[in-house]
Write a protein of this length. Structure first.
Length: 509
């Protein structure tokens, strides 16, 4: 397996997950305006990482105890990964090698490698959620450093606010108008939903051109509105991912001039100064890194939309919105679950269509299962047994399920939900049997309290080649798995196509 391309097309967070899931040995190199970086893997675990501006670790004159040395290297790896996942642009390449490389280019990594690596998936998910939370907590503080557009004076600003108030009095049902420009469907959908629930009239656009046209239409109609625009849009020329500035520049040149909130994933002083010059009134960090967990991402987007409507947009209006604000739900409604799952599966199906390689298919199967199940294990079928490949969710002990899964195997000799699903190719969902292979599996992974489970077969070449086992700890019920079953059927077809293409290529050679 080899991967290469642009960071903007395939985020490094997902690349790290693919390599870890497929348990590959090799090295990832990244080149960006910030310099060069590298990450070394052994069987999917990270054993070294560096950023070009960090000098190699020197051999200590007085050797550190092994635990202290390991902790020192782990901190460097964590720092490297943290900086890499923040990159929005650059080139990457992953190369498989038969043994762990100790040198990348001119960089000698001998002194900064771990004997036993660390698994990046849990680290990345924790880092993603922590970064998104930090961004939400600091959005107001960062926004406070922005100043109002210099063209406005107190008198004209007061006149503008009076006009807004009169407009709402004339047509109170319309409410404040918000123009959202963002190329991510999930972001548009959740922001429209949450802001509409809070009394805003919302128009959403998916690209720079439609956003500019909408702003022009509002200006021609004399409508007052607030512009909420993502910075990271493809630009008009297609050369950068700073297209949000194209929309902002256009809108700022129109009359009436809107108040502008810019959504960003990172912010440095150069971007801050440019945004201020273009008349941006406020900045907010939107969720992004929790995309690996569709349900968490949906919850983050809803919270972000609620905060926009409750706190940030009223600050742009310089007054309170008097309409009642719908409280954020404590749990995902069923409709939001279904929408998040559908979006996750659609993204995975698109990736399958682009690159139906067996390793990637296995990774996407488990990622799709995350949209439905709180715990799952992917098993491969070999010689009348199931062999665990990877998984996610709770266990009874300290070992994570992605590692524990590799030591699991299930016999298909005796009648059981596993044997039936493999033989018939049909999904099994039901209460956990009192005895048998499924009950034995639960004894190995724990914890107690599981009452129902599912076994979903993956078929290729008219036979079952893998199964996804899933359950819900603490007796929670399983959701409708129809979408997951449909996805596994699509994955099976992708595997058929991949194997056929491989055979055709071998024959041609």
């Amino acid at each position: 397996m080899s991967l290469s391309g642009k960071v903007e097309d395939l985020p490094l967070l997902e690349i790290l997950q693919v390599v870890a899931f497929c348990q590959k040995t090799g090295h990832l190199t990244v080149r960006s305006r910030e310099g060069e970086a590298g990450v070394v893997f052994r069987d999917g675990r990270v054993v070294a990482g560096y950023i070009g501006d960090l000098p190699p670790l020197e051999v200590d004159s007085e050797p550190l105890p092994p635990d202290a040395r390991r902790e020192k290297i782990e901190r460097r790896i964590t720092s490297t990964l943290e900086r890499l996942v923040r990159l929005r642009e650059g080139q990457f390449g992953f190369n498989v090698s038969p043994s762990v490389p100790t040198r990348i280019g001119t960089r000698d990594l001998t002194t900064e490698m771990l004997e036993e690596g660390i698994h990046p998936e849990g680290l990345m998910l924790d880092l993603a959620r922590q970064m998104d939370e930090d961004r939400r907590d600091t959005a107001a503080a960062l926004g406070a450093s922005f100043v109002a557009p210099p063209a406005a004076d107190p008198a004209s600003e007061e006149d503008e606010l009076e006009e807004l108030a009169l407009e709402e009095e004339k047509e109170p049902s319309r409410g404040p108008v918000v123009l959202i420009v963002d190329d991510e469907p999930d972001v548009r959908r959740f922001l429209v939903e949450r802001l509409a629930a809070q009394g805003f009239e919302v128009t959403a656009c998916a690209d720079v051109n439609t956003g500019r046209r909408a702003a022009t239409r509002f200006a021609e109609e004399g409508r007052r509105y607030l512009l909420v625009c993502d910075l990271g849009l493809p630009s008009l020329g297609g050369t950068t991912f700073r297209g949000g500035f194209d929309v902002v520049r256009h809108a700022a040149g129109l009359e009436p001039r809107p108040r502008i909130l810019l959504m960003v994933d990172r912010l440095d002083e150069k971007l801050r100064a440019r945004a201020r010059r273009l008349g941006v009134s406020f900045v907010a960090f939107k969720p992004g890194l929790s995309k690996l967990d569709p349900l968490q991402y949906a919850a983050d987007l809803r919270a972000f939309g609620d905060r926009l409507g409750r706190d940030l947009l009223p600050r742009l209006l310089r007054r309170s919105v008097t309409r009642p604000v719908a409280p954020a739900p404590l749990a995902l409604p069923l409709s939001d679950d279904a929408a998040a799952r559908a979006a996750s599966l659609q993204t995975a199906l698109e990736e399958l269509a682009r690159q139906p390689e067996p390793d990637l298919v296995a990774f996407l199967l488990l990622r799709a299962a995350r949209a439905f199940l709180s715990r799952a294990i992917l098993f491969l079928v070999r010689d009348d047994r199931l062999f665990g490949l990877s998984g996610f969710g709770e266990t009874a002990g300290e070992q994570s399920l992605d590692l524990l899964a590799r030591s699991l195997s299930v016999s298909l000799d005796d009648s059981s939900p596993f044997a039936d699903a493999v033989a018939c190719g049909r999904t099994w969902i039901g209460p956990v049997p009192g005895v048998g292979p499924l009950r034995d599996l639960l004894g190995e992974i724990g914890p107690a309290g599981v009452t129902s489970a599912a076994v979903v077969p993956v078929r290729a070449h008219r036979e079952t080649v893998a199964v996804i086992y899933g359950d819900a700890p603490e007796g929670r019920p399983l959701p409708d798995l129809g979408g997951l079953v449909d996805f596994t059927e699509g994955a099976g077809r992708a595997l058929d196509e991949a194997f056929l293409a491989r055979r055709t290529s071998d024959t041609a050679a």
